[in-house]
Each structure stands twice: as structure tokens, then as C-alpha cells.
Design a protein around this ligand. Structure first.
Ligand SMILES: [Zn+2]
Length: 229
């Protein structure tokens, strides 16, 4: 794919006049096509592993993420998720898009892990949905709200590994438009992968051909940091 996924769209470029792009690690102003400043780029930890496979119910879900969920990047994602800084979605989406280049060509579209509707109303936006929209735009794919969260769940980070799976079991359903197609399934952060796997299963139940996972950050702990950002 020759597409330059790191290039912001026209609308985003205009916004940069008012709100310049900032380093996703330290917050310093950077160029519109940059993700990290020159001082930080060498110390930002690549996700480790960068690509991994999750197995649930006999299916394997391959997931990719560019950066480890820690330090300044963790703070940036906190601002994006919990402090209303939804303008970060453009940079985060393009960062994720660059990570997906290896398999985006096989995808028919982008789906995302949704919030429960009352939670979305309270927050005012769906952080994975915005991220998925920007990633899809950078990749030249369409983003569809295929998944619905059918019941409220506890916050995953407050639970242990086994409880996380139980907490989200059958919490998602997918629309019939999923059938026969390959989907890039997005969430902002992957930890145990329980939520991603439940959403992937919902897409498969609706007849999806194949599902790949893609996140902005990974909190997986195995392996050594490698690769360049
Ligand atoms: Zn920086």
C-alpha cells in the first residue's frame, strides 16, 4: 500500500492552526505528521510484543498495537479517554493506521469495541469509535458501528484476568452487515484481550469471514521491547 497514512487530512490540518499537534509522550508541539518529538522518540517503548495472538473458543485473534501502555503515552490516553481531549483521535488514529498496514489491505472495513449507550451519553463520545473512524479514514476503509454493547459491565481494570473474561462474556452483539467480510476490530488499549475476543466472537457469530485486532496501546507484559516507532 503506497498510501501515506501518517499525513493528516485537510480538516485536521486546518485544526492544527488552532491546536498544533503535540508529542503523544511529553505534550511538546510537533509537526502535523509527527507522533513524538525528537527527544522522546528514542525512549517511547514499542508494544511488546507488537503483534500477538489470543485464543478463545478455538479461534485465534491476531492483534497489533504500536506502543506500550505506560509513561507519557498512558497519560495521553487518559486525557483522551477521561479528560475530554477527543481532538487526540486524529494523531492516535493515524498512529494505529500505520501499524495496520501489513494487513489492512485484506480488510473490508473497520469495526470497534463500543461503549454501553448510557456510558457514551455520559462521556459525550465513544473513544474507540472516534479512533476507529480516524484509522479507517487514513487507511481508505469505511468504519461501521457494527457492534452493540447489550449490557453494562464492570470496569475491566478493576478485575483479575479470570474475572475480566466473565465480566464481558456475551456483552456484545454484531449486526448482520458483518457477514461474509473481513474486519479490523479496534479498541484503544488491549490488556488481557478479553473484550476484543468477545467482540470478535460476536462478529463471527454474525457471519464475519475474518477478524483482526488493532489497538493504539498494549498493556501486554510478555516479551522484550523491539522495533522502531
Ligand atoms: Zn516528546
Amino acid at each position: 500500500m503506497s498510501r501515506d497514512v501518517t499525513a493528516p487530512g485537510l480538516g485536521e490540518c486546518l485544526l492544527f492552526w488552532l491546536f498544533p499537534a503535540r508529542c503523544l509522550w511529553c505534550g511538546r508541539v510537533v509537526g502535523p505528521e509527527e507522533f513524538f518529538c525528537k527527544d522522546c522518540i528514542g525512549q517511547v517503548p514499542a508494544a511488546s510484543p507488537r503483534q500477538f495472538q489470543l485464543e478463545r473458543s478455538g479461534r485465534v485473534l491476531t492483534v497489533r498495537a504500536p506502543v506500550q501502555y505506560r509513561g507519557g503515552f498512558r497519560e495521553t490516553l487518559h486525557k483522551y479517554k477521561f479528560q475530554g481531549q477527543k481532538g487526540l483521535c486524529g494523531q492516535l488514529g493515524r498512529l494505529a493506521a500505520r501499524e495496520a498496514l501489513g494487513f489492512a489491505g485484506k480488510a473490508d472495513g473497520v469495526a470497534f469495541v463500543p461503549l454501553y449507550k448510557k456510558d457514551r451519553r455520559k462521556r459525550g463520545y465513544d473513544q474507540s469509535g472516534l479512533l476507529a473512524e480516524k484509522t479507517a479514514r487514513a487507511l481508505g476503509l469505511s468504519c461501521l458501528p457494527l457492534l452493540t454493547k447489550v449490557r453494562r459491565t464492570k470496569r475491566q481494570h478493576s478485575l483479575g484476568r479470570a474475572d475480566r473474561l466473565e465480566n464481558v462474556r456475551n456483552a456484545y452483539e454484531a449486526g448482520e452487515e458483518a457477514a461474509g467480510k473481513t474486519w479490523l476490530l479496534m479498541d484503544d488499549i488491549v490488556t488481557t484481550g478479553a473484550t476484543l475476543c468477545q467482540c470478535a466472537e460476536a462478529l463471527y457469530r454474525a457471519g464475519a469471514k475474518e477478524v483482526w485486532g488493532l489497538c493504539a496501546a498494549s498493556a501486554q507484559k510478555e516479551g522484550k521491547s523491539h522495533g522502531t516507532l
